[in-house]
Design a protein around this ligand. Sequence first.
Ligand SMILES: Cc1cc2nc3c(=O)[nH]c(=O)nc-3n(C[C@H](O)[C@H](O)[C@H](O)COP(=O)(O)O)c2cc1C
Length: 186
Amino acid sequence: MNEVIRAILERRSVRSYDGRIPEDDKVETILECGKFAPSAMNRQPWHFTVIRDRELMDRISAANKKMLIESGDERSVAMASEEGFDNFRGAPMAIVVSGDESNYYGMSDCAGAVENMALAAHSLGLANLYIASFMRALVLEENAELLAELGLPKGYKPHFALCLGYSKEELGERAPRKEGSVNYIG
Ligand SMILES: Cc1cc2nc3c(=O)[nH]c(=O)nc-3n(C[C@H](O)[C@H](O)[C@H](O)COP(=O)(O)O)c2cc1C
């Protein structure tokens, strides 16, 4: 099987990490792959923030935990109340991908960049997890100072992040893919 197809079919979401920080050269290659994702009119409306500061990741998770608990929604409260709640699932680092809010395709272009990076990370032997939940609290006015710590260009908003590290998880069976999601015409 060719390497690209192998990476696509083998990539898994990993939610438990052993704490080892990915090597700089691997991170640089992953970022390069993100930047080479397709984008509408080649506008490249993304910004990548490499966070290797677990303390900042903990504060982002704490803000999300607070928001979920305050929402009063039963499932959100239960999830946020779980011991060790962490949007980044214990990963030692993450790359936040933020989009230009004035670009109509900003979010979809960022999504493509994250998937490119996830596949690159997998092919380099790194465990990874594509997440979005971390950003919900970051866009609240009360967390403006926390958002400012990301150092985003003006007019950019965080959409997704890719958690990176080395797995300490025994992955079970893959969830089956949905049936009937393809039709053919002609
Ligand atoms: C846009 C997006 C947001 C996601 N957000 C989260 C998240 O916040 N937390 C999480 O644990 N997984 C998150 N995931 C991972 C999905 O749960 C995962 O891709 C899905 O269950 C399929 O599993 P697989 O990636 O191992 O094939 C997200 C995936 C996508 C594409």
